[in-house]
Design a binder for this molecule. Structure first.
Ligand code: ADP
Length: 500
């Protein structure tokens, strides 16, 4: 394991940002929590305090919601779609100009390798904002020829409008803090809503820095409000607030159900992007090297802290040993260390809680008879590092096969009968994503149609694009992120009918 790097105590933009006590963005002003409270965030590579952040709660959420309402009814609604789109584009430009700073902040806060944040997290966020900026001028309704059987001979002009839902509460997780903020803010703003965003308590820094860029880009006060705080307090207050018209959540399925209950009070609209336990299927006719590398990156990318991680690896019997050996080799070669070290391929898990959770799952797997052919536990005793792990001797009943581990742990299971495979692959309460590796296009597309998942990757994995919708079947969620599909979730349809 590489040595832990300290942040240079210098004029460096990142270290000076990190060392501030952070306030929240409410109505265009940076303010402390109404309670005056703050909380610490931790560097996952060392377990030491990284930064201090205002601890927002019910009262702060209430202020932010009121600011968002005033902006929605005021300045924001007076802007033309083109002006709205240009502001979002400007924000994307600013983010791109500050790419390195955001990548460093993300790596420090979340633990992910800096080199990954540079090429994935930040550029994907920039691209998302640009894609959504383009939509601002294309939110269209239809003209609809109607027949009205009980009004013979009458003529009507009927059309639909797509209008913003209003004030949107957005609650995001810690695995891709900046990118999840972009996935949420981009479509909400493109369609003309105003937002109260609550970042995850483990990783609030890039969202707060993004708040500064919203101001620099010239967004009117109150359009984007960012309230840092904990889930059970600030998050719950946002999900329940009667002044919020819609709540959009990404996180665990367990909390997704709480969001739904909280939203019932005023029947606010709800969209949810939740957990997964995605099957990744490798057939014997495959390009072996590509499949092995693909299966490894499907689970180990972002330390397995992806809701779509390919965590259940199904391999056709004939090549099972070879694939398992290949993925295990791959796992052993991964350089695990602090994210800021350029040689690091995999950083620490985000928190002590996640470390305990993942190690708990490993112990449960071993106690039920699973065997690790790579990894199998914590790495070192400082920071939250876990060894990339490949488990065999598992079966469908085990917790490690059924439940989302959210860490670098894959269970490899052989199959021989394709019909049984479909049943096995779909045997999950989740339905977020799936992978298929084969050279046979008929087999690939037939299986793609049989899998109950919102995304199916064929001969690839973890391919994301702002234009490609992402979201879940079953308990993986409601609605879709990205693509034009997401716009429906941020708009109401108004039917207007005129007698001619
Ligand atoms: P994880 O368990 O992986 O930390 P969560 O689903 O708990 O994921 O967290 C995702 C987001 O949901 C975070 O911003 C967190 O603060 C928030 N959150 C957690 N609990 C609640 C809750 N009861 N109500 C609203 N938001 C919550």
């Amino acid at each position: 394991m590489a040595t832990v790097l300290n942040i240079a105590p210098s004029e460096n933009k990142v270290s000076s940002f990190v060392s501030r006590t952070h306030k929240m963005l409410i109505n265009g002003k940076w303010v402390g929590a109404a309670s005056g409270k703050t909380f610490d965030t931790y560097n996952p590579a060392t377990g030491e305090v990284l930064s201090r952040v205002a601890e927002g709660d019910r009262e702060d959420i209430d202020r932010a919601v009121k600011a968002a309402r005033a902006a929605f009814e005021g300045r924001w609604s007076q802007l033309t779609p083109s002006e709205r789109g240009r502001l979002i584009w400007k924000l994307a430009d600013l983010l791109e100009e500050n790419l390195e700073e955001f990548a460093e902040l993300e790596s420090l806060d979340n633990g992910k390798p800096l080199k990954i944040a540079r090429v994935a997290d930040v550029p994907l966020a920039v691209d998302l904002f640009r894609y959504m900026a383009g939509w601002a001028t294309k939110i269209e309704g239809n003209t609809i020829p109607i027949s009205v059987p009980y009004a013979p001979g009458a003529k009507f002009l009927a059309y639909t409008l797509r209008e913003p839902v209003g004030v949107v509460g957005q609650i995001i997780p810690w695995n891709f803090p900046l990118l999840m903020a972009a996935w949420k803010l981009g479509p909400a703003l493109a369609t003309g809503n105003t937002v109260v965003l609550k970042p995850a308590e483990q990783t609030p820094l890039t969202a707060l820095r993004l708040g500064e860029l919203f101001q620099e880009a010239g967004f009117p006060d109150g359009v984007v409000n960012i309230v840092s705080g904990f889930g059970e307090t600030a998050g719950a207050a946002l999900a329940a607030h009667a002044g919020v018209d819609k709540v959009a959540f990404t996180g665990s399925t367990e909390v997704g159900k709480l969001i739904l209950q909280a939203a019932a009070g005023n029947l606010k609209k709800v969209s949810l992007e939740l957990g997964g336990k995605s099957p990744n299927v490798v057939f014997a006719d495959v390009d072996l090297d590509a499949a092995i590398a693909g299966a490894a990156s499907a689970i180990f990318f972002n330390h397995g802290q992806c809701c779509c991680a390919g965590s259940r690896l199904y391999v056709e019997n004939k090549i099972f040993d070879k694939v398992v050996e290949g993925v295990a080799e791959n796992a052993k070669k991964i350089n695990v260390g602090p994210g800021q070290d350029e040689s690091t391929d995999m950083g620490p898990l985000v928190s002590a809680e996640q470390l305990n959770r993942v190690c708990g799952y490993l112990e449960s797997g071993f106690s039920e008879g699973a065997k690790a052919v790579a990894g199998g536990g914590r790495l070192g005793d400082k920071g939250y590092f876990v060894k990339p792990t490949v488990l065999v001797n598992t079966n469908e009943k085990m917790k490690v096969v059924q439940e989302e581990i959210f860490g670098p742990v894959v269970t490899a299971i052989p199959f021989s009968d394709p019909a049984e495979l479909v049943t096995q692959a779909n045997d999950s309460v989740y339905g977020l994503a799936a992978g298929i590796w084969t050279r046979d296009i008929q087999k690939a597309h037939r299986l793609a149609s049989q899998l109950r998942a919102g995304t199916v990757w064929i001969n690839c994995y973890n391919i994301f694009d702002a234009a490609l919708p992402f979201g879940g079947y079953k308990q993986s969620g409601w609605g879709r992120e990205m693509g034009h599909e997401v716009l429906e979730q941020y708009t109401e349809v108004k039917a207007v009918c005129t007698a001619l």
